[in-house]
Design a protein around this ligand. Structure first.
Ligand code: NAP
Length: 248
């Protein structure tokens, strides 16, 4: 990863933070983004403390103008973005029959539209340079759903097809676009679920590996998808889920 620059959205904590740390440890210069300035500052300081070359840039990935301005400033001030990881995401659960439109829209905006906005902002430079790696953080909910998460499942299903559409559209520019689909991982997003004894039992029984995943277990796949090792891999979703999707 040496000599490469990666932008990771929603990197203030959780999976984004783990992937920023992993790419940094593999030699990349990493730009961490988050919508929460204090959390972002803390994350950047922690990784600098580990000797990694990182920068922070606070912006809202759902705000097209903010995204365009931020990416332009990053590229002017720091340099071209070679790798982008569209990781920022949220969960807002509600029964579908009474789900307010705002909750539907918010989840689609952060989990799906953001990947379009951020990738559109960086891809022009990738096309000019004839090289780029784009990774979308997908989910088991690209394939399967559960009650009360229709907004999230619709967003992640859409993200899977956006990943494929981007791969098809930009492959001729030597750009690879792939998805990384985590299984159930321990993060703030799943915090209330990991301490729910019934849900914890359900996940451990449902996952062939018999446990939750840790964010750092996604690093190897992210480094693969960000490196030359995956130059002929395009439009794929790689699930890192302890075998869950393979089991009935
Ligand atoms: P997390 O711990 O909640 O971290 C997500 C980060 O994204 C938070 O710091 C959040 O900030 C930030 N973010 C939210 N909205 C944003 C916006 N508009 N602009 C910029 N940053 C924003 O979640 P996670 O579990 O690491 O999830 C990361 C990704 O993995 C998501 O796309 C999620 O859907 C996906 N995923 C997670 C799991 C899992 O089991 N954890 C499984 C499959 C897929 P705030 O907290 O301030 O909003």
């Amino acid at each position: 990863m040496r000599g490469r620059r990666a932008l990771v959205t929603g990197a203030g904590q959780g999976i984004g933070f783990a992937l920023a740390r992993g790419l940094g440890a593999a030699g990349a210069e990493v730009l961490l983004n988050d919508v929460d300035p204090a959390r972002l500052e803390q994350a950047v300081a922690a990784l600098r403390g580990e000797g990694l070359v990182v920068h922070g840039r606070c912006f809202d990935v759902t705000n097209g103008a903010d995204v365009e301005r931020s990416v332009a400033e990053i590229e002017r001030g720091i340099g071209p973005v070679d790798i982008v990881i569209n990781n920022a995401g949220i969960h807002r659960r509600a029964p579908l029959e009474s789900m307010p439109l705002e909750l539907w829209q918010e989840v689609l905006d952060v989990n799906l539209t953001s990947a379009f906005l951020v990738t559109r902002a960086v891809v022009g430079g990738m096309i000019r340079r004839r090289a780029g790696k784009i990774i979308t953080i997908c989910s088991l909910n690209c394939e399967v759903s559960r009650p009360t998460i229709a907004n999230y499942a619709a967003a992640k299903g859409g993200l899977k097809m956006l990943t494929r559409a981007m791969a098809v559209e930009w492959a001729r520019h030597n750009i690879q676009v792939n998805g990384l689909g985590p299984g159930y991982m321990r993060t703030a997003m799943t915090g209330t679920l990991t301490i729910d004894a019934d849900f914890d039992r359900f996940i451990c029984a449902r996952t062939p590996a018999g446990r939750w995943g840790e964010p750092r277990e996604l690093i190897g796949t992210a480094v693969f998808l960000a490196s030359r090792a995956s130059d002929f891999v395009n439009g794929q979703i790689l699930y890192v889920d302890g075998g869950l999707l393979a089991a009935l």
